[in-house]
Design a protein around this ligand. Structure first.
Ligand code: FES
Length: 114
């Protein structure tokens, strides 16, 4: 079982559904927790690297990616940023920092290493 004494921080309940996105603050860092449609949880920095939209408000999950609705950059669960063009070509864009998380005891946790 996790506890805050060993650096683990509970950030939200495991009932975040596929496609769900929630904003969290850990220390002074704004992050979002999202779950891919296949069920993978992901903790990622909250601000789109393009023009700083907050992905808790401007993000939507499409398959295994978090898409910023402002200009449609998209991010994998590994944080890679892409832009998909009308013809389907995908171009690399800015990345987001991902914080490793685990799902245990009915919660999603991150470990803060100080
Ligand atoms: S602000 Fe996110 S794609 Fe432009």
């Amino acid at each position: 079982m996790k506890s805050s004494g060993d650096g683990w921080v509970r950030i939200c309940a495991s009932d975040l559904p596929p496609g769900g996105i929630v904003g969290v603050t850990i220390g002074s860092e704004d992050m979002v927790v999202w779950r891919s449609m296949a069920g993978t949880p992901c903790v990622i920095e909250a601000r789109c690297p393009h023009q700083w939209s907050h992905l808790a408000g401007e993000g939507v999950v499409v398959g295994e990616e978090l898409v910023c609705l402002t200009h449609l950059w998209r991010f994998t669960t590994g944080g890679e940023g892409w832009k998909e063009n009308v013809n389907g070509r995908r171009d690399r864009k800015g990345d987001l920092v991902v914080t490793d998380c685990i799902e245990e005891d009915g919660s999603i946790w991150v470990r803060i290493v100080g």
